[in-house]
Write a protein that binds this ligand. Structure first.
Ligand code: SF4
Ligand code: SF4
Ligand code: FES
Length: 231
């Protein structure tokens, strides 16, 4: 078997030095030296936001951020895992809110203290334009907030760094909820289809299909009318 020798590099976990193969991610490097993750880990694929990490390289003052499952180790990395950061998350009843800036003022007044430093954008491992979605929130451009924040995985790294002490991901969550509940375009066909279902238009077909074999169902699916129009 081919012997692939990996170069070992020094990293620091809670101040203790370890030598790890240079190709590992932060998570696999920590497992390599014996850490077992029970918290601060989830999907291992960059989607769940559970593995937020802050680090410095050597004595460089700059604080860097990343997802531990996606960030490859570097020599002299000093690591701090942030499995959870306490964050403001008020309770509200979406049915009782107005879909405009006044609601943001009520629940997240700190949003308006943004000093446009762009630290949040630089901290985001998803490379989202975080500052831009906060500015869009302030302007009341909720559609833009939805577009810019859609891929947020709620890792919390933006909020950990913000000098205005805001929780970007919960603010954009409220905006997305308001947009979905009040502002997004409605389907003109949905109420018609719901009425048809309530009136029992499909009851006979449903009953029939419940008793079909898998093959019969597949055949019915393939032969369905693709030009079907709602009248
Ligand atoms: S880090 Fe905070 S203050 Fe700076 S741009 Fe982002 S939201 Fe504004
Ligand atoms: S916007 Fe904030 S919480 Fe969302 S992915 Fe980016 S850094 Fe993480
Ligand atoms: S473990 Fe899910 S994003 Fe890293």
């Amino acid at each position: 078997m081919e012997n692939i020798e990996q170069k070992l590099i020094p990293i620091y976990i809670m101040g203790k030095k370890y030598m790890v193969p240079e190709s590992l991610t932060i998570i696999t490097a920590m497992e390599y030296v014996g850490y077992q993750f029970k918290k601060g880990i989830g999907c291992r694929e960059g989607f769940c936001g559970a593995c937020a990490t802050i680090y410095r390289i050597g004595s460089d003052y700059k604080l860097r951020t990343g997802l531990a499952c996606q960030t490859v180790v570097q020599p002299e990395m000093y690591l701090v895992q942030i499995p959870f950061s306490p964050a403001k998350k008020p309770s509200y009843d979406i049915e009782k809110l107005k879909p405009d800036v006044s609601t943001i003022q009520e629940f997240y007044p700190e949003t308006f203290r943004c000093v446009s430093c762009n630290t949040c954008t630089k901290a985001c491992p998803q490379e989202l334009e975080v500052m831009d979605y906060i500015q869009a929130t302030i302007r009341g451009d909720f559609k833009l907030v939805v577009d810019l924040s859609f891929d947020c995985i709620m890792c919390g790294l933006c909020a950990v760094r913000c000098p205005a002490e805001m929780v970007h991901y919960n603010i954009s969550l409220l905006v997305r909820r308001l947009y979905g509940r009040y502002l997004s375009p409605r389907s003109q066909f949905l109420p018609i289809r719901i009425k048809e279902i309530e009136d029992g238009k499909y009851d006979k077909d449903m009953e029939e299909m419940k008793h079909m074999s898998r093959e019969e169902l597949e055949k019915r699916y393939k032969e369905r009318d693709l030009n079907f129009k709602i009248t």
